[in-house]
Design a protein around this ligand. Structure first.
Ligand code: SAH
Ligand code: SF4
Ligand code: F3S
Length: 447
């Protein structure tokens, strides 16, 4: 039997798809490259913005004809979108081709549901919220076939922050940390399989351990332990909530050589009035103070952020404050999002929703201010030597290779025969663009 998984959304979902894949393989199923060739199609969905939901629904809709042509085909929909009861109901009623509907708490149960459905043909729906720590158990997912040197590992699940615009706490449940020993064992096992870079995942990694205070663990201590694992050369993590980012963590990171010099600290808005309405729990001043602390402790760090435009009630003046803020912060890159109304969240009920036209205009204006800053930040690296981890042959140009700096910037350089994905190499940076850098292998081995 062949399976095909289509994944929408963030690293959480990618990681969940990896887990489903590992479980299916251990049950004897084989992956295949297209939905047409599959006996089982799994759609792992995201609902963070309407556009993500539309893409998933479009894909599920397109499977109708496949199911009609091959009635024995099994179609399962899982992930964040189906965790919402109203969406699960729509899927049930309007998408008859879907045989299995599971939410984010039932990821590890999906392979069993597939077996059950294959024998009974009875529709299965499981969107119950469970807090039994069985999300991933002790399974050590195989390293990704395309990227055997890099792996993602969940350290905590869920979110307690309830930012007023965000659906994630409703579909991923309350915050819970994984057992530290289980995390360390999993990373050691991945390192033994050749993984060199580990990406620690959580909606808010900074609150790791808060739900198990008696154990005395926090994110800084976890990083210290992971830094000691032989074979692991780089440690990344996402996402950090600015409110919970503190000096102890910044100092720990500065002292740990394997932890990458990249801080992704989503600010969401540069206007204090909106930050309060968003329920973010910090002011622009508090944020800028933390930014200054990071730059003082790790001067070579890259800092990136997320910003939402068109939050309900955002006035022109509020928006101008955000533009002023990003000029002051000088981020290396900003991921910009148009506010999307998510039913069930507080912001969805707020007055003065902003028109699509203004939202689009503000997005363009924001990028017009940020792009030259990103370019200038990248230009500051021209003439330096950066250690990069090789990702492989460049996607756009087969005579080039690409890799990433510790600050997570993409560097393109002429292909070198001896190099393979996962190798660390020193590159002299010769040119910068808004989105990437280019260079050549550094001759100076001392640098
Ligand atoms: N837990 C992470 C990220 C969650 S979602 C964090 O707090 O940083 C990733 C990004 O999507 C968020 O940082 C936010 O900028 C954006 N986002 C979340 N909900 C959104 C919405 N309703 N509309 C537009 N963007 C949204
Ligand atoms: Fe959403 Fe806020 Fe939680 Fe991030 S911290 S997942 S933005 S509620
Ligand atoms: Fe989307 Fe769920 Fe991630 S809503 S952004 S896939 S946590």
């Amino acid at each position: 039997m062949y399976y095909y998984i289509k994944t929408f959304g963030c690293q959480m979902n990618e990681n969940d798809s990896g887990l489903i894949s590992t479980l299916l393989k251990s049950n004897g199923y084989l992956p295949c490259a297209t939905p047409d060739a599959a006996d089982i199609i799994i759609v792992n969905t995201c609902c963070v913005r309407q556009s993500a939901e539309n893409r998933a629904l479009g894909f599920i809709g397109s499977l109708k004809s496949l199911k009609e042509a091959r009635p024995e085909l099994i179609i399962a929909v899982c992930g964040c979108m189906s965790q919402q009861s109203d969406t699960a109901e729509i899927l049930q009623k309007k998408y008859r081709q879907v045989g299995i509907i599971t939410g984010t708490f039932a990821t590890a149960l999906l392979p069993q549901y597939i077996e059950d459905y294959a024998t009974t043909g009875q529709r299965i729906i499981d969107i119950e919220a469970r807090y039994d720590h069985k999300e991933i158990g002790n399974i050590c997912p195989e390293p990704n076939e395309q990227q055997a040197y890099r792996a993602q590992v969940n350290i905590n699940f869920g979110c307690n922050n309830f930012c007023s615009y965000c659906i994630v706490p409703y579909v991923r449940g309350r915050e819970r940390s994984r057992d530290p020993q289980e995390i360390i064992n999993q990373i050691s096992c991945l390192a033994a399989c050749g993984v060199k870079e580990v990406q620690l995942l959580g909606q808010n990694v900074n609150s790791y351990g808060k739900d198990m205070p008696e154990a005395g663990w926090d994110f800084a201590r976890l990083l210290e332990q992971i830094n000691q694992i032989t074979g692991i050369e780089r440690i990344r993590y996402m996402t950090s909530h600015p409110r919970d980012f503190n000096r102890r963590l910044a100092e720990t990171i500065a002292a740990l050589p394997k932890v990458c010099r990249h801080f992704h600290l989503p600010v969401q808005s540069g206007c204090d009035r909106l930050l309060t309405l968003m329920n973010r729990g910090y002011t622009t001043k508090a944020y800028l103070d933390k930014l200054a602390m990071i730059r003082q402790l790790t001067p070579d760090a890259a800092v990136t952020s997320d910003i939402i435009v068109g939050f309900p009630g955002e006035t022109e003046e509020d928006f101008q404050q955000t533009l002023g803020f990003i000029q002051q912060a000088r981020f290396d890159a900003v991921y910009t999002f148009i506010y999307s109304q998510r039913s069930g969240t507080k912001a969805a009920e707020m007055p003065h929703q902003i028109s699509a036209e203004i939202k689009n205009l503000r997005l363009q204006q924001l990028m017009a201010v940020q792009n030259p800053i990103s370019l200038a930040r990248n230009e500051e690296l021209v003439g330096t030597v950066q250690e990069i981890m090789v990702d492989g042959i460049s996607k756009n140009n087969t005579v080039m290779m690409s890799g990433r700096t510790s600050g997570n910037k993409i560097v393109v350089f002429p292909k070198s025969e001896g190099l393979k994905a996962g190798d660390l190499v020193k590159i002299s940076i010769t040119a910068a663009g808004t989105w990437n850098l280019s260079g050549a292998i550094s001759e100076n081995i001392d640098s």
